[in-house]
Design a protein around this ligand. Structure first.
Ligand code: AMP
Length: 632
């Protein structure tokens, strides 16, 4: 029996027969000021899509809808955990974007200049992103949870002229002051101007000559032009540092043309996004998901997008469900860490909340472990709507592996990220580049560029060539360990360099973590390999128990039994450490190298060649925290 939905099968076959024609067809769905001369030019290691085409990401996202009868449709709903709610129609959004565009021009920002945005997920930050794209300036958003060194490092790498910031953000009711962090960063970086959005009471003083108050910044743009620039398809729209699961930060480049086409196509093919959707990505504008699926793609589609500043379980565990109910959210994009957090609160947190408007939920960022998937799909949603895992990276701009709900849902296999979407092509290879048969583990490579794939690293084309296209010559190296099953689904087992080798068997970190999560006492699990004289490596596990369960020797025995039942005797667990939280990256991914540093009693900075100041800071802090928990 054919497993894959017939429409998906057809789309994949059509795209495979003529990928350029497929992507040209997808590009026709967006406005162009000038049609491209050539769909695709691949001159390794880089490539160009829609060459000669003139377009503008921000025009397509905002002006186009205003000009086509949708001026009054809600574009953006800005929510704050305190309960503040602001909505902007497409016409209002356009006005706001134009104001910021004039302000930027008033500061002397021109096409090609870089503008750093160190702000939480709030409306003004989104106006700023769109305003940069509008005038052809290149934005670099830095997650507002990063410290001063990480901020400075990213601003320096980008060579940003101006920094836009907010004086504060809030999380779980706690005010986080951003200005002292900016001050610290300014000791290590140079920008011409700092524009500060001061919010609420107790506003910080501004440094004369350097800082500009947001209202003055807007006023300073009076008389400036707010016209959009016509950008060649391959000109950068923004750059963004990869999140720091890898070595030193790299700035991925995303361009006006290819990126628009790629994320708009995936919005429809994968997410089935449509103009009457109320779309909520629970991510942050500091990450690529925030760029693509809080800001740009929902607006390209003409939908209503929610930008939420705060924690999704604050002020109460039902905060998430209340937003879904109140805003009549129809599509959600979230991450496994959020799903596991909701799971830990249990279905009782959702009692009495109406989410009948919700049609589908997507997750990406890490594997959505089957126990977490089952809880959400079956217990929480009673199988009424699909919960769909899908895979991508900062560099891919949008989804690559998915079960494309928008064109036809194939059976969901919990734990698998789906198939390469139409127009994307992958293979599973050994580190030496040999093909790996179905069912066996290897490294995922992408064999052909697609429009939203980053075509270079900002000012470092050599690094782009060596890190992505040369490890296995001629293909894009994702660094993820996977296997493909008989139906073509791709199963992710973790980063390739985190694979645990027990007596010659290669086990993915995620397989062992999922096995632990099968035990109902477990809220979160993280594992790493520990050297073992006899077996090469054994598993070292870090376990967070759910409320109501206590660490004990008996609990360890129970957990070992669960893992043995799930994975067999092959997986030897050397030790179980009970902890009250796991070390995570700022984007919520488990930092497994911190486990390794803890068990090997090493400095986390030495575990791999991390040069990312943000990551080293995070890893050290997490290491100390872990060490304390374990010693205690
Ligand atoms: P980032 O560029 O920070 O978004 O991280 C990309 C990495 O996150 C990928 O290379 C994977 O290791 C991991 N990742 C993202 N989505 C998934 C998923 N659905 N399943 C497994 N791993 C994922």
């Amino acid at each position: 029996m054919e497993v894959i939905h017939p429409s998906v099968k057809r789309a994949r076959l059509d795209a495979a027969a003529d990928p350029d024609a497929y992507w040209a067809g997808q590009a026709e769905g967006l406005p162009w000021f000038r049609h491209w001369d050539r769909v695709f030019d691949w001159t390794p290691p880089t490539f160009r899509w829609f060459e000669g085409g003139l377009t503008n990401l921000a025009y397509n996202a905002v002006d186009h809808h205003v000009l086509h009868g949708r001026a009054g449709h809600a574009a953006l709903i800005g929510l704050h955990e305190s309960g503040e709610r602001r909505t902007f129609t497409y016409a209002q959004l356009l006005d706001e974007v134009k104001r910021v565009a004039r302000g930027l021009r008033g500061l002397g920002v021109r096409r090609g200049d870089r503008v750093a945005i160190y702000m939480p997920t709030m409306a003004e930050a989104i106006f700023a992103m769109l305003a940069c794209a509008r005038i052809g300036a290149i934005h670099i958003v830095i997650f507002a949870g990063f410290g001063g060194s990480a901020l400075a490092q990213r601003v320096r790498l980008a060579g940003a002229k101006v920094l836009l910031t907010a004086d504060r953000t809030q999380r779980k009711g706690k005010t986080i002051w951003l200005m002292p962090i900016v001050e610290k960063a300014l000791e290590q970086m140079q920008v011409e101007k700092v524009v500060v959005l001061r919010r609420g009471e107790g506003q910080p003083d501004l440094a004369a000559g350097r800082d500009i108050d947001w209202p003055d910044f807007l006023a300073g743009g009076e008389g400036q032009s707010d016209a959009y620039e016509q950008m060649e398809s391959n000109e950068p729209a923004y750059i963004l540092a990869t999140s720091g699961t890898t070595a030193s930060p790299k700035l991925a480049v995303h361009v006006h043309g290819g990126y628009s086409v790629g994320i708009h196509s995936a919005a429809r093919v994968v997410f089935g996004m449509k103009p009457d959707d109320v779309w909520w990505s629970t991510s942050d504008i500091g990450w690529v998901v925030g760029h693509s699926y809080i800001v740009y793609a929902p607006l390209l589609v003409g939908a209503t997008t929610i930008a939420y500043e705060g924690a999704i379980d604050y002020p109460s565990p039902n905060a998430f469900y209340r937003i879904v109910e109140r805003e009549r959210v129809s599509g959600i994009f979230t991450a496994p860490t959020a799903v596991r957090m909701l799971m830990a609160h249990g279905t009782q947190a959702a009692e009495g909340c109406d989410f009948s408007g919700l049609e589908r939920v997507f997750s990406a960022g890490e594997v959505l472990n089957p126990p977490a998937w089952e809880w959400m799909q079956k217990e929480l949603f009673q199988d009424r709507i699909p919960v769909i895992d899908h895979w991508w990276q900062t560099e891919t701009g949008g989804p690559v592996m998915a079960n494309p709900w928008g064109i036809g849902l194939s059976p969901i296999k919990p734990g698998a990220a789906g198939l390469p979407i139409p127009g994307c092509f992958c293979e599973v290879r050994t580190p030496e580049g040999e093909p790996v048969p179905d069912g066996e583990k290897g490294i995922l490579v992408l064999t052909r560029p697609f429009p939203s794939l980053t075509p270079t690293i900002w000012e470092d084309p050599d690094r782009y060539a060596s890190e992505y296209w040369s490890r296995i010559p001629g293909v894009y190296f994702t660094g993820d360990a996977v296997h493909r099953d008989e139906d073509g689904y791709i199963w992710f087992s973790g980063r390739a360099d985190e694979i645990i080798k027990i007596a010659g068997h290669r086990i993915g970190t995620m397989e062992v973590e999922t096995a632990f999560l099968r035990n109902p006492a477990v809220a979160e699990a993280g594992v790493t390999g520990r050297p073992d004289a006899l077996r090469g490596e054994v598993v070292s596990a870090f376990i967070v128990l759910r409320a109501g369960h206590l660490p004990s020797e008996e609990m360890k025995v129970q957990l070992l039994r669960t893992v043995r039942e799930e994975l067999g005797a092959l997986v030897v667990v050397g030790e179980i450490n009970f902890v009250h939280s796991l070390p995570k990256t700022r984007s919520g991914k488990i930092m497994r190298r911190v486990f390794k540093a803890v068990i090997l009693k090493m400095d986390p900075g030495d575990i791999s060649t991390i040069e990312d100041e943000g990551s080293v800071e995070d890893a050290r802090a997490a290491w100390q925290e872990m060490q304390g928990q374990i010693d205690g």
